[in-house]
Design a protein around this ligand. Structure first.
Ligand SMILES: Cc1cc2nc3c(=O)[nH]c(=O)nc-3n(C[C@H](O)[C@H](O)[C@H](O)COP(=O)(O)OP(=O)(O)OC[C@H]3O[C@@H](n4cnc5c(N)ncnc54)[C@H](O)[C@@H]3O)c2cc1C
Ligand code: FES
Ligand code: FES
Length: 457
């Protein structure tokens, strides 16, 4: 058992012990290594100024993440490249040259984050188009230059001749064994993980840390014990089996998004506007489920699809809608953790909605999933789930019963909208008023009719 964590920064090995493993990566870089090219602005994963590249396994690319919400213990066994690691001796990298040539910076505060995120685009591709650039930079905000020169710079890079970080920093530290230090434990067996959780009341599992990292920075959250499942390689599993996708607890949202592109295109569309690459490269699907937010974007699909959670390696299975008992209350014992989720691939009529103030990188105000089983032109049965209208993502049993056996029409779905409105009890918060959400709950049904039926006629 190791008493320290190991990682590389720009090709050099670092070892960190005791309580220092809870330091954020951005603070370690800036205050520990004086690598101040990595900037910190929002400290909650929203602006991208702190972007660095991380590689987890020899088979993986370097991918961008936000270093401000990553604790060092999450980086055991990984290789990190910061903006200081991009240049080759005295020469700027191809991306840095393009930013200079296209006047992509003014005050320069956001620039290192943009340069690192652009470098990630060229790790995967030699040429990128504007859509790839816009998607790749959704997690980076600039307040003064304006995005046009930045996008122009990204498109001007000759990726074929640009150095790839995987060639410059190919090595990863050997770190497959268990680690225990201070109040952090990363076991190498599931039994050890379960025992640690049982024996440490208040123990918090940290996976991508994209929820927990924000609580630590913004709500002074301090867990008495922290458990990581990343050494349990069996939880990296992501496969399809008889029309069901099986995803382990370590599967990131980015890996899941790639896997479902052609399997569940409707959910893929929602994941495309979920967070930013930096968030999805760190955050996990099971973290989204276990966080249990009523506006978690994967939940409406998982609920109408009847996804199933596997606890403690299969000792127990729970249908996802039974998992949620109240606001942030779960059917999960103190000696239990979620090991896998089984996600059915839905082939019925399906539509998902995410309504937020801004299209990209914004938390939803309202979400909805509609799944209809059709028989001979009539609705045989339906499943409807709404998020953002109560303490949980809710099914709408009265609306579902009303639709059963009827032929779809605008009048039918308008009437169904009024019933849906009566089934929910939203509150007013920063993302929307109670009245706005009630109106959405009603109007989304006729909108669904237009999207699912009218466009086919
Ligand atoms: C800038 C930003 C943008 C975001 N955008 C979105 C968005 O568009 N849509 C959205 O839905 N969410 C969004 N999120 C929230 C977050 O990214 C997701 O909820 C993500 O899926 C969390 O996964 P994680 O691995 O990072 O979870 P963590 O932060 O590691 O953990 C989250 C919770 O799950 C628990 N947990 C984790 N794994 C397990 C397990 N195996 N068993 C039991 N409990 C477990 C943890 O203890 C914790 O309570 C955003 C967050 C940020 C910072
Ligand atoms: S400082 Fe804004 S995302 Fe990290
Ligand atoms: S150059 Fe000033 S914030 Fe982007």
């Amino acid at each position: 058992m190791r008493d320290h964590i190991l990682f590389h920064v720009n090709g050099r090995e670092h070892q960190v012990r005791a309580a220092e493993v809870f330091t954020t990566l951005s603070n370690y870089l800036r205050y520990g290594l004086c690598a101040t090219g990595t900037k910190v602005v929002c400290e909650e994963g929203d602006c991208g100024a702190c972007t660095v590249l991380v590689r987890r396994a020899a088979t993986e690319e370097y991918r961008p993440i936000n270093s401000c919400i990553q604790a060092l213990h999450q980086l055991d066994g990984m290789s990190i490249v910061t903006v200081e690691g991009l240049r080759d001796g005295e020469n700027l990298s191809a991306v840095q040259e393009a930013m200079v040539a296209c006047h992509g910076a003014q005050c320069g505060y956001c620039t290192p984050g943009f340069v690192v995120a652009m470098t990630a685009l060229y790790e995967k591709h030699d040429r990128v188009d504007e859509k790839q650039v816009r998607d790749g930079l959704t997690g980076n905000l600039c307040r003064c230059t304006g995005y046009e020169p930045i996008i122009k710079a990204a498109l001007a890079v000759d990726g074929a001749s640009a150095a790839k970080m995987r060639d410059r920093y190919p090595d990863l530290p050997e770190a497959g064994d268990a680690v225990q230090t201070d109040r952090f434990f990363a076991p190498s067996t599931l039994d050890d993980a379960i025992a640690w959780k049982r024996d440490h009341p208040g123990c918090t599992i940290v996976q991508g840390g994209t929820d927990v990292g924000v609580w630590v920075n913004k709500r002074a959250f301090n867990a008495p014990a922290v458990l990581s499942l990343t050494k349990l390689r069996e939880l990296d599993e992501l496969r399809e089996e008889d029309g069901v996708i099986v995803a382990g607890a370590n599967v990131t949202l980015a890996a899941f998004e790639r896997f479902i592109e052609h399997r569940i295109p409707e959910l893929f569309r929602i994941l495309n506007i979920f967070g930013a690459p930096q968030i999805k490269n760190a955050g996990t699907l099971i973290g989204n489920i276990a966080n249990g937010s009523p506006i978690g974007d994967t939940l409406p699909y998982l609920i109408v699809a009847d996804a199933e959670l596997e606890l403690n390696g299969g000792a127990r299975r729970v249908v996802i809608s039974d998992f949620y008992k109240g606001y942030k209350q779960f059917d999960l014992g103190s000696d239990e953790l979620i090991t896998r989720v089984r996600v059915p691939i839905i082939r019925d009529t399906l539509k998902l909605y995410k309504v937020s103030r801004r299209r990209d990188l914004d938390i939803s105000a309202f979400t909805a999933a509609f799944r209809l089983v059709m028989n001979d032109g009539a609705i045989e049965s339906s499943r409807i789930a709404y998020g953002g209208v109560g303490p949980l993502v809710l099914r709408l049993p009265k609306t579902e019963a009303f639709l059963a056996g009827k032929r779809p029409s605008l009048e039918l779905f308008t009437e169904a909208g009024a019933i849906a409105r009566s089934e929910v009890a939203p509150i007013t918060d920063v993302r929307g008023s109670k009245e706005y959400r009630l109106q959405l709950a009603e109007n989304i049904l006729p909108r669904f009719w237009y999207d699912a039926f009218e466009v086919q006629r």
